[in-house]
Design a protein around this ligand. Structure first.
Ligand SMILES: [Ca+2]
Ligand SMILES: [Ca+2]
Ligand SMILES: [Ca+2]
Length: 156
């Protein structure tokens, strides 16, 4: 009987740990615009490709030192002091051609290098304001069905 109750206690602790782990993975890569309308490679253009994160949790998350990694193995660190507010968005512009317009997969890692989220395989060969987004925002069932190619909604 004693053995059984300690087993139950151990199981309870394990489920709490799993639950806490899940709660920390609430920030997702929410939208990716790899091919904005116009020539983002032009000299001195203000047109940029970008990605957007979304925080599914209602608490702010410190994302400074987190990284976003592309399919070529290059990464961008999120700047010191970066915070994504609860149920809010965080947008970052990227250099020309940093996002592949065909077959891109982005991976988000936290400050310890642990993977937090990854996108589906995304291709945007249309030079317009249509972008890949989770629909509805933040939807994460680890399925390609989480993603739709819709009119871009940068920062919202
Ligand atoms: Ca373009
Ligand atoms: Ca586009
Ligand atoms: Ca959006």
């Amino acid at each position: 009987m004693r053995f059984r109750s300690s087993m139950i206690l151990a199981l309870l602790c394990a489920s709490i740990i799993v639950w806490l782990g899940a709660a920390q993975g609430m920030v997702v890569i929410n939208e990716v615009e790899a091919n904005p309308a116009g020539d983002e490679s032009a000299f001195k253009t203000s047109i940029t490709a970008w990605f957007e994160l979304y925080n599914n949790d209602d608490k702010d998350v410190d994302i400074s030192g987190w990284s976003i990694n592309n399919s070529e193995g290059r990464s961008i660190a999120l700047p010191p002091g970066a915070v994504i507010k609860g149920l809010d968005y965080y947008v970052m512009d990227v250099r020309t051609k940093w996002l592949a317009q065909s077959g891109e997969i982005l991976v988000l890692t936290d400050a310890s290098g642990t993977e937090v989220d990854r996108t589906a395989v995304l291709s945007d060969e249309e030079d317009n304001e249509i972008a890949w987004t989770r629909d509805p925002d933040g939807r994460d069932t680890n399925s390609t069905d989480d993603w739709k190619f819709l009119a871009c909604s940068r920062g919202f």
